[in-house]
Design a protein around this ligand. Structure first.
Ligand code: GLC
Length: 744
């Protein structure tokens, strides 16, 4: 007989599921009833999203007349509640508004940029950061954020790589789901939660040349293998909303792409949330050359399934006439409005439309700052260490130099509209506060990352000469990453390389800490340093978080979520590339080619003469203060049956003297397939703690589904044959074991 406790728990669970289903069924009934009473104008009003203008006469009139469904960027809680009061108490049907904001990696307490959060490979940390962001944002009445951004990004020239979770589909999916869970929690109607938004749907990260908003050309099999899975995972995780991307995919802008938005999102995935356009993206189909005018764009977007128009004014201007002319069926409008009303019911806005003002005590709470500090430590990636790190607390004099040593604004990175730099704790402040016994010689030298003032360098060098150790905080200003911030050269800006060269020339131990919004081509600068730590703009508590790592209170465990090129010209360069028919071998680099060499004297394989064929640092790379020894993976079977699974395990030993965390990564390779498969694909990871001297066995289950891919005939499936499998510390190391996927 089932144990009474289990029975009770099961019964309770069944009750909860039934209640949730009944709740949703009840919502559908309420949606039907409301929709039946709405005029076409009121329906179209729900599909209109505009940016806040306070309590302007136009805004209050539009709300009262039911001409607005959602506002973004309204942040004053009294204004939000007054607009909501007008909507609920003075409009004809009392449909509440939903207020939205870009809360990408924090509202007031700013976490590392998403690319940095991905470097932690820590689902729980990402979820916690989103929970805190939701709590802070909802305290002023924001109930919808435009995050997570889950565009797979293989091109570090693209400024928005900062906002992404990097180059890998599996890692992006895992981080995106974690963020959605943190924003939405288990009950979206809780007033301290916000609706998430999976964006930008889709393929935005494939912008040609890494130039923002640029065109993309993505074969369907690659779109489905690389760019769509994080969105499918987001839909399955219950993301309440999706957002269109600005780009076209193979000539069709996402805001007018019926195949993407109806066939895939609604048809194949059964998604019933809201699809909102991006800012003006419906109107931008005119310059795209896809729409003749705004009325044409409105028709295309509505028929393509875009439920809500953010700031194009296309729907509010033309949808009524398009319906009257039969160019858009009213059922299309009804479906969009259903999705919008469903969101508002799920948010509980019909029952609790008003925010409960909490003032500033909702911000920067102890748990928020502690979480942000741990996130800043956990997202730091140790690139090099000759043993100088961790710093000894008995060090006497430290020179803290560089343009990012004391910049509260730059360390919080891009996409944190509501972050307050005055609340940042910078590296200089943190080291001063927490190590009072150490004499700190502070001299930024260069005033900002693009500064080229040689005189400023002299000051920093003079400071450095007096110190026992130099900590140089270099990198990018926040303004150099994010939307519309693509760079054609991703080296350190300004005269930072010269600064580092002169610091090196002092002969003092030099620790380089780079804070940026993207990978940078920092091979020579790391080469000049005794140790190098990379921090993707790590937020409000970047200073304490990095100080904890530098002084060994936290052992670095970050791993790169994106490949670091040696030089910009290697881009695109990413780990899960194809092998080609002539994989690189017998490399002769440009300076090693003999003078007067004849054409056939050096090799004919796939690499760049001036860069070779390897990146500066591979995806998944990151050092620790300890060392780990990986045993060979062991398989439960050398043959996997179709639909079956095998278990891969590996013993990892901490062979150093620090207790530490390690991100153990599982990769596979399909050796022969009807479409060539990548040389490696991440299919699992686990972040584990291993005490010094101890060993831990890690296990991964691999199912046949993990081996599937989209074929040339448009089907998804697996193909029998040989596979390789790695359990390794990064995407470039370890030896594979082999197994076969059987035919039957
Ligand atoms: C921006 C971005 C999008 C953001 C929206 C609202 O242009 O592309 O990510 O959510 O507009 O600010």
């Amino acid at each position: 007989m089932m144990n009474l406790k289990i029975f009770a728990a099961t019964g309770l669970a069944v009750c909860f599921c039934a209640a949730a289903a009944a709740g949703q069924k009840n919502d559908e009934g309420r949606i039907d009833e409301l929709l039946s009473r709405m005029t076409l104008a009121e329906k179209i009003g729900q599909m209109h999203q505009i940016t806040g203008t306070g309590l302007s006469a136009d805004m209050t009139a539009a709300v009262r007349d039911g001409k607005v469904g959602s506002l973004l960027n309204e942040l004053d809680v009294e204004t939000i509640n007054e607009l909501q009061r007008i909507a609920v108490e003075e409009s004809r049907l009392g449909i509440p508004l939903v207020f939205a904001r870009d809360v990408i990696h924090g509202f007031k307490t700013i976490y590392p940029i998403p690319l940095g959060q991905a470097a932690s490979w820590d689902r729980a940390m990402v979820e916690e950061g989103a929970r805190i962001a939701a709590r802070e944002a909802s305290s002023v009445g924001i109930r919808w954020t435009f995050a997570p951004m889950i565009d797979v990004s293989r091109d570090p020239r693209w400024g928005r790589i900062a906002e992404s979770f990097g180059e890998d589909t599996y890692l992006t999916s895992a981080m995106g789901v974690a963020m959605i869970r943190g924003f939405q929690g288990g009950d979206l109607a809780s007033q301290d939660r916000v609706a998430a938004c999976a964006k930008h749907f889709a393929g935005y990260g494939a912008a040609e040349a890494g130039k923002d908003y640029n065109t993309t050309w993505i074969p369907e099999s690659q779109l489905r293998d690389v760019y769509l899975p994080p969105f499918h995972a987001a839909a399955d995780a219950g993301a309440a909303t999706f957002m269109c991307s600005f780009n076209d995919i193979n000539g069709i802008p996402s805001s007018g792409n019926e195949w993407l938005n109806r066939t895939i999102l609604r048809g194949e995935w059964g998604y019933d949330g809201v699809l909102v356009s991006d800012w003006g993206s419906i109107e931008q189909m005119i310059p795209h050359g896809f729409s003749a005018d705004l009325k044409h764009a409105a028709r295309q977007a509505a028929n393509a399934g875009v439920d809500m128009d953010m700031m194009s004014f296309a729907y509010t201007s033309y949808l009524e006439s398009l319906v009257a002319e039969g160019q858009v069926d009213e059922s299309v409008v009804d479906e969009a409005v259903r999705n919008i009303l469903r969101l508002k019911f799920r948010l509980g806005l019909f029952d609790k439309p008003y925010a409960e003002p909490q003032g500033r005590e909702a911000f920067y709470r102890e748990d928020a700052l502690a979480g942000a500090r741990a996130a800043a430590s956990g997202s730091a990636v140790l690139l090099k260490n000759n043993g100088i790190l961790p710093l000894k607390e008995d060090v006497k004099r430290i020179a803290v130099v560089g343009p990012l040593s004391d910049s509260g604004r730059d360390q919080i990175g891009t996409w944190c509209f509501d972050g307050e730099p005055q609340h940042s704790v910078t590296p200089l402040q943190a080291i001063r506060n927490e190590y009072p016994a150490i004499e700190i010689i502070a001299e930024a030298g260069l005033a900002y990352s693009r500064d080229r003032d040689a005189k400023a360098i002299e000051k920093a060098v003079r400071a450095a000469k007096k110190a026992d150790v130099i900590l140089c905080f270099a990198g990018e200003e926040a303004i150099l990453s994010g939307e519309a911030r693509s760079r054609a050269d991703i080296s350190l800006p300004g005269a930072q390389t010269e600064l580092i060269r002169q610091l090196k020339a002092t002969g003092k131990p030099l620790v380089l800490i780079v804070m940026a919004g993207r990978p940078l081509t920092i091979g020579s600068e790391v080469g000049m340093s005794d140790a190098a730590l990379f921090s993707f703009h790590a937020g409000t508590m970047a200073g304490p978080g990095l100080a904890d790592v530098l002084f060994g209170k936290v052992v670095p465990s970050g791993k790169l979520p994106v490949t670091f090129p040696r030089m910009t010209g290697q881009i695109p360069v990413y780990y899960n590339h194809k092998n080609t028919g002539r994989p690189a071998s017998g490399i002769t680099l440009i300076d090693d080619i003999p003078v007067d060499a004849v054409q056939t004297s050096i090799g004919f394989t796939s690499y760049h003469l001036d860069a070779g064929d390897s990146p500066l640092y591979p995806f998944g790379y990151g050092l620790s203060y300890t060392t780990f020894e990986y045993g060979m993976p062991r398989l439960s079977s050398a043959v996997m049956r179709p639909g079956g699974k095998i278990t891969a395990s590996c013993t990892i030993k901490n062979t150093g003297s620090f207790d530490a965390s390690e991100v153990v990564q599982l990769y596979i390779r399909d050796k022969v397939a009807s479409l060539i498969r990548p040389v490696r694909e991440l299919k699992g990871f686990k972040k584990i703690n291993i005490a010094a001297g101890e060993s831990v066995a890690v296990e991964f289950d691999i199912t046949a589904d993990d081996l599937g891919f989209w074929r040339g005939d448009g089907s998804f499936g697996t193909e029998a044959g040989e596979f390789e499998l790695w359990i390794s510390p990064d995407s470039a190391s370890g030896a594979p074991v082999r197994f076969d996927l059987a035919n039957e």
